[in-house]
Design a protein around this ligand. Structure first.
Ligand SMILES: *Cc1c(COP(=O)(O)O)cnc(C)c1O
Length: 349
């Protein structure tokens, strides 16, 4: 860092994304991408849109908002498309961080980074020892709540009734439900945005819709919250979703059956792989997401990570003490999971 950097930014420890190494081919199970390519219609739409890249994109992303609104069952003024859902989280911290935030003590690492960046007071609410969230800890918080459902990296989901209790008991503040993984088998709170004007649901096309590289996410909320967040967007990056991504997103909404079939295939591989890992002696959380979170009494989290890496298999290991014995393994295709399981069997043997 240079001597010129703001003293306030010096203290911020940036988010460290999972590796995207180019040195060799890996079985890449470390950043929760979809193993499946975008649908042909999405590729075609992206290519067509690329022909107009000399022009600015629509800053209101109107057609994309309309497609999203129809898919989510809300009106177009209840959707804000963003440059990956990390961007809507950033906007939400800017717009609602002044109230202070509450986050689970084990969750998506970006929340803590954004809190530091925007100098938002952060209260960490402990998970239970089994990593589940006790929703009663989240009632009447008196501050902005930020919860991933399913949570990351545990994969555990709260039932919708408990999410609703949290939202209903915090009417003085905004509740952000990060649904990055909801398409893999949890209940979505999107319909509650019509009932509660303090609820912001965030979605991403990075995991379930094979568009991680295109950067596309959504905020879904009451028209009032969306107006707030749109003002933040227009004050930071009015053209936040580029033309190719807007076109790809519209086409992806048109191909929902393809993506939902992919999500079901991933969920089936997840459950099959979890069962096999349990047979091998792993403790595996009941993940509703497109990843598994597992530890083994016979091999440390760091060692398993390294030995898989030597065999060309990348998973995600977090060194924070309470989860250092675990690895987070993205669920890929059946063949990828077979390669992963065989490598694990070898390492244990
Ligand atoms: C991956 C992820 C995101 C962000 O995804 P984008 O690629 O920025 O859309 C947000 N929240 C959680 C919990 C995630 O795992």
């Amino acid at each position: 860092m240079s001597v010129y950097l703001s003293p306030l930014l010096r203290a911020v420890e940036p988010y460290v994304p999972g590796e995207q190494p180019r040195d060799r081919r890996y079985v890449k199970l470390n950043t929760n991408e979809s193993p499946y390519p975008p649908s042909p219609a999405v590729l075609e739409a992206a290519e067509r849109a690329a022909g107009s890249l000399n022009l600015y994109c629509d800053p209101t992303a109107l057609r994309l908002r309309e497609a999203a609104a129809e898919a989510f069952g809300v009106s177009a003024d209840m959707v804000l498309p963003v440059n990956g859902s990390d961007e809507i989280l950033n906007f939400a911290f800017m717009a609602y961080g002044h109230a202070g935030i509450a986050v689970p003590d084990i969750s998506y690492g970006f929340y803590a980074v954004l809190a530091e960046l925007h100098r938002v007071h952060r209260r960490e609410i402990p998970l239970r020892p089994d990593f589940s969230i006790d929703h009663r800890d989240w009632l009447n918080l008196g501050r902005t709540a930020v919860l991933a459902n399913p949570n990351a990296p545990t994969g555990l989901a709260l039932p919708l009734s408990e999410v609703e209790e949290i939202v209903a008991s915090n009417r003085e503040n905004v509740v952000v439900i990060d649904e990055a993984y909801v398409d893999f088998g949890a209940g979505s709170a999107v319909s509650l945005t019509k009932k509660y004007d303090n609820l912001l649901v965030t979605r991403t096309f990075s995991k379930s819709h094979s568009l991680a590289g295109a950067r596309l996410g959504f905020g879904i909320a009451s028209p009032g919250l969306i107006a707030d967040l749109t003002a933040v967007k227009d004050s930071t990056n009015p053209y936040n979703v580029n033309a190719v991504t807007q076109a790809a997103g519209i086409a992806a909404f048109g191909d929902n059956d393809y993506y939902m079939a992919n999500c079901r295939a991933v969920a089936a591989q997840r459950d099959r792989t979890a069962a096999r890992l349990r047979e091998l002696g792993f403790e595996v959380t009941d993940s509703r997401a497109n990843f598994l979170f597992a530890r083994h009494p016979g091999v440390s989290g760091g060692e398993l990570y390294e030995k898989l890496r030597e065999r060309g298999i990348l998973v995600r290991h977090f060194s924070a003490a309470p989860i250092a014995e675990y690895n987070r393994v993205t669920v890929g295709t059946g063949e990828q999971m077979d390669v992963f399981v065989r490598a694990v069997e070898e390492i244990l043997a």
